[in-house]
Design a protein around this ligand. Sequence first.
Ligand code: SAH
Length: 453
Amino acid sequence: MPIHKNSIIPLTIESLSSDGSGVAHYEGKAVFVPATAPGDVLNARIVKDMGRYSFAIVEEMLQPSPAHIEPDCPVCKPCGGCCFRHLNYETEARAKQSFVEDAFRRIGGLDTPVLPILPSPLEERYRNKVQFPVGLDAEGHVIAGFYAGRTHRIVPYADCKLQPSELNQIAAFVCEFMEAHGIAPYQEEKHTGLVRHIFLRKGWHSGEILVCLVVNGRKLPHAQELCAALTEQFPVIRSIVLNVNRQKTNVITGLESISLYGPGYIEDTLCGVPVRLGPLSFYQVNTPAAEQLYGVARQFAQLEPGDTLLDLYCGMGTIGLSMAADCKELIGVEIIPEAVESAKLNAAAMGVENARFFCADAGKAAAKLADEGLRPDVVCLDPPRKGCDEATLNAVIAMGPRRIVMVSCNPATAARDCRYLADRGYRPLRAQPADLFPRTKHCECVIELVREN
Ligand code: SAH
């Protein structure tokens, strides 16, 4: 039976979906309601009926669940980034635990034991990176904020609680400077204007800050004045760079960076690995939670002194380098050149001499290394959200490692890839979820797989 648009129906929320909505049932059919908590009793208004399920919004909250809290952010709703800001953290962590359990059971068809989730050591201001789009408000003032869900409309907000206040203050300072000096924000529809994004990084342990302005051009008017003003106001700024992006694209950064002040990067450490952070390399955004996660990966790897470790999708090498002392040889593969350069420098800074890093596609490199006779004892896989492709998994299987450690930011593709490996002789022994992104729907996990017989 279709439920008509705008019908008001009574619901009790039962659980949370992996995209952050509350889930209830009405006449046997699933109904998804954003900004609700398990246990909420409400009247909902149907906004879209999809046949087998429907989408609704809260019309009237009759009895909020004890898990439901008042969001402590005035722009939570239009921004949409923190789809769990209305939940207490225990409920959020439990939901993420079940996302991983459900993915393994339903998508993977696997009965892999899922360990209790490791909560993030910090629930607020945990991010070490933020990328604010820049634009104009209705009065023509320069603003920085976040895009409202599924749009490119900027929701300005002075103090987003996901990152240190200092980074928010720097963004506001840059906006004021742009306005005072007539520097135009980029306008996507017309492909005119200059400043597209304010991209900031702060070293968790070092406190150093990188300011990067992504620009539709190669020059910034009043650049030296901006550098002087910023570094006077925020002395922890170590580098200021321009990143050139003149494409009509949603991709935030371009390939070329021009240094305006300082060495063009900041330094920090992750699991004791020294890292140089420029604007282009992938780096986990929640340092203390990532250190927990990589600690688990190291435990799952169970390296022995004579082992060779192959670290695919290695970024700037942090996972492999954090285990380099446990093995004889480390080989890292990563597709972004800047990240590979960082990995090499990080290894050198640590005095690690048993590591090699290649800039290549993981699947192609793994196939080539397998052809050359490489037989790593342990392989670490840490792919982007879309997971590994079959070519990569086949090459890994062909190398026959004793163990595979999979680190994933997407339980659905992790479960799919574990199924593929399980069907080819690798048993997923256990999965450890870890929350690196409190208040948002994202969840990370590490899986330990062993070769059978
Ligand atoms: N292991 C690293 C990075 C993980 S994120 C860390 O913990 O920091 C995933 C990484 O995979 C990114 O650095 C991305 O640039 C890289 N990547 C994406 N597609 C790839 C491919 N086809 N081959 C190799 N690396 C790839």
